[in-house]
Design a protein around this ligand. Sequence first.
Ligand code: G4P
Length: 528
Amino acid sequence: MSKQLEQEINRRRTFAIISHPDAGKTTLTEKFLLYGGAITLAGAVKGKKAKHAVSDWMEIEKQRGISVTSSVMQFQYENYCINILDTPGHQDFSEDTYRTLMAADSAVMVIDASKGVENQTRKLFKVCLLRDIPIFTFINKMDREARNPFDLLEEIEQELGIKTCPINWPIGSGKEFKGVYERQKKTILAFTANNGQKEVEAVEADINDPHLEELIGKEHRDTLVDDIELLDGAGDEFDLEQVRHGKLSPVFFGSALTNFGVEPFLEDFLKMTTPPLPRHSDQGEVDPFDPNFSAFVFKIQANMNKAHRDRIAFMRICSGKFEKGMEVQHIQGAKKMRLSQPQQMMAQDREVIDEAYAGDIIGVFDPGIFSIGDTVCAPSKKFAFEGIPTFAPEHFSLVRQVDTMKRKQFIKGTSQIAQEGAIQIFQELGGGMEEVIVGVVGTLQFDVLEYRLKNEYNVDIRMEGLPYQYIRWIENEDLDPKKLNLSSDTKRIQDLKGNHLLLFANEWSIRWAEEHNKELRLSEFGRS
Ligand code: G4P
C-alpha cells in the first residue's frame, strides 16, 4: 500500500448528523463548515424563512418544492478530511434518511436541551444501533432555559439504551448560562452573552481560580462543585473502546447559534471517532486500506433532468482509491463499466472529481442499472457488500391507476420508483398489480409518487389512505401466512420478491399476533 493512500484514508472522517427537526442540526453543520473555511459567513447560507441550508443543494427540487435529498458535504479541518452526511428531517423524512446512516462511520446526535430526546431522534438512533456505530451527543441551546443536565442524561440512557459520559458540564442555562466545565482539563470555558451579537468569545479559567466566583457567581460555583463530585463518583467513566463500539456516548453541552462549545466539540469528536471502518461482505471483511477500490450504492437520486430518465447513484467508497475513468465491476449487474461524471459535494458546490478515497461519498451518473445496496469494485475482485436493510414504512395507501388502459405504464412507473428506493410496494397475498399497497417512511413520498407518475409516466392515480401503522416482515421461511391466527384488523401481504409481511393497525395487534402464534418471528427490517 502506498504511504499516500494510507495517509489519505487515515485522515478521513465520515459521519451523519441526526436530530429531531429544530434541535439545531443545520446551525451546527454551518458552524462546522465555518471552522473548516468551507463557508465564510455563518448564517449566510441559511435564510431561515426560505429554510434552505447549504445542504439543500438541489435547485430543481427547490423549484418543485419537494426535496427528497439527503446530501453530503466535504470539507477540510486541520489535517482531517471530513464528510458530513445530512439526514433530512421535517417533511423530507424518508427512507433515504435511514439509508444515509448506512454510509456513515459515526453519528452526531443533536438534542435540544429544553426538549430532550424527541421522536425523530429516537427513530434515527435505532438505525445507528443496527451497526453499533459510535454516537456523539451535542446538547444544544444551552443559552436558553434548559432541563436539568442529569435528567437529560438519564433520559438518553433510559430511552435510547446507551450509556453516557459527559465530556463537559454546563454551568446554568438560559439567561444564567455561564459556560461549561471541561472535565478532563479541569478548566472552565466561560460564556459571555453579548446582547444581540451572535458569536461569543470563550474565556478559560481554572476551577480553583479564586476569581471563579466573580466569573460565574457563588451559587453556580457551589452547584458545579457538587455536580462534579457526583459525576466523578457515580457517572460512567470515559472508555474509548466502548465509544467506538457504540456502547457509550460522549456528551457535550453547548450552543451552536452563539458558537459556544462548537470548536472544542469538533476537535474532541474528530480525535475520538475513527477513520473509515471495515465493511462486511459475502467474502468476509473488506479493509478500507486495501488498495483495490470498492463501494456500495446507498442512495439513488432520480430524474435530475426530466427529459432523460437519468439518475445519480450515491456511493460510499469502502476501500482503496477511486480514479476518474477507471474500470470497475458492477457485481449485481455482472458487468464491467466506467463510472461516469463522478461528483462530490464541497459545501455549496458540486464538483466533478478526479479521485476519491475510502470514506468519501461520490455521486455517479446512473443510466438506470444500479439498485440500492449494489456493490461496485475493482475488476479483479468478486464480492458483494452486505445489503442495506429495508426499513419499515409507517404510512400506507392503496394506489390504482385511473385509466385502466395505462396499466403497463403504471406498473413500470411504480416498479422503477420503488427500485430507486423512494417507496415500497406490496400486494395482497396472491394479488396482481392492478392495485398496489404503497408504504412510505415519510408522507411526502406519496406526493412524490403522484407527481412523478403523472409527469414522467403520464399516469394519473387514485390513492386511498390505509389505517395501518406498522409493518413487519415474517422471518419464518416455511410459514403459511394464511394459517396464522390474527386479529381482524391485521392484513397479510407480500412484497415483489415474494416475502410475506403483516400490516398492523396498532401495537396491540402486533402483540396479539405474537401471543397467538408462538412460532411467529417478526422483524422491523426487511432483508435486501
Ligand atoms: P434543524 O436543522 O435541526 O431543524 O435546526 P436549525 O439549525 O434550523 O435550528 C432551529 C432553530 O433553533 C433556529 O431558529 C436556530 O436559529 C435555533 N438555534 C439553533 N441553535 C441554537 C442555539 O444554540 N441557541 C438558540 N437560542 N437557538 C438555536 P429559528 O428561529 O427557527 O430560525 P432563525 O430565524 O434563528 O434562523
